[in-house]
Design a protein. Structure first.
Length: 260
């Protein structure tokens, strides 16, 4: 089955943009999961505009299932001396699957420097158990990752709606670290699933990701995801990720639709 590098190598030029086939082993149900959709959109952006500054923020709306042949069109909305803003549309034969807005910017000199979000205390990834005990058959994409459970509420557990894990791609050789991190940052189920009585569909509607540094880290990352509020079939979801040295690399927010 194709790893992330294999999938990215499958991109071809098409109609002024790019195209790739949906990899079955990166799906959840009838679509690839949101992190993979975002990673593919970012890769399409770099193919169209190869000299972008470091990615600082991504805002993504997931419009419909991303399956079958995925076509990407990219528009450079603005290019300044230090920054660039790129929009990517992902379409299938049925219509839009996602729209992504990527904000990129070089480092600037500044007198302001602080970090008030240290990594939570956690044992290392060696010696802690796997996160997935028995995921549903429709959940294919976790097989591409190592996910080690530190604490929190697994889906259907009835525990608090938050999860802390160590996670990494099993195979990331040859993959740009930004693309890899986008795929990695969305690897966990929503924290609100801890309160669900049985497995049921969930779907991310929007995802916003802010990067605290130009992305260079690889390997193990500590990922904390949690639900702030859930009601009326929707959950407000947050997450933070730190590299193995304890440096926070990103913060994210999601609106998740819950069908169970």
């Amino acid at each position: 089955m194709p790893n992330l590098h294999d999938v990215l190598a499958g991109f071809t030029a098409h109609d002024g943009g790019s195209r790739v086939e949906t990899p079955e082993n990166w799906t959840q149900g009838r679509t690839i999961y949101g992190g993979m959709t975002t990673a593919l959109c970012w890769h399409a952006a770099t193919l169209a505009v190869p000299d972008l500054p470091p990615l600082r923020a991504a805002q993504v709306s997931f419009v419909g299932p991303a399956s079958g042949t995925l076509d990407f069109s990219t528009e450079l909305l603005r290019r300044g001396r230090n920054s660039a803003v790129v929009e990517v549309a992902c379409r299938t034969a049925e219509g839009y699957a996602a729209k992504a807005l990527f904000t990129c910017a070089n480092a600037r000199q500044s007198s302001v420097s602080h970090d008030l979000s240290p990594a939570p205390e956690a044992p290392g990834p060696d010696g802690v158990e796997d996160f997935h005990r028995k995921p549903p058959k429709a959940l294919a994409f976790p097989q591409n990752f190592d996910i080690r459970f530190v604490r929190g509420g697994r889906p259907l557990s009835g525990d608090e709606p938050e999860i802390l894990v160590w996670t990494r791609l099993k195979e990331e050789e040859g993959v740009d670290p930004v693309t890899a991190l986008l795929a990695l940052a969305d690897v966990l189920p929503p924290g609100a699933m801890a309160e669900m009585p049985e497995w049921g569909p969930v779907s991310t509607m929007t995802w916003g990701v802010d990067f605290h540094h130009p992305v260079t880290s690889r390997g193990w990352h500590l990922l904390h995801t949690y639900s702030d509020q859930a009601d009326n079939g929707y959950s407000l979801q947050g997450s933070d990720m730190w590299d193995a040295e304890g440096r926070r690399v990103l913060t994210a927010r999601q609106m998740v639709a819950i069908f169970g």
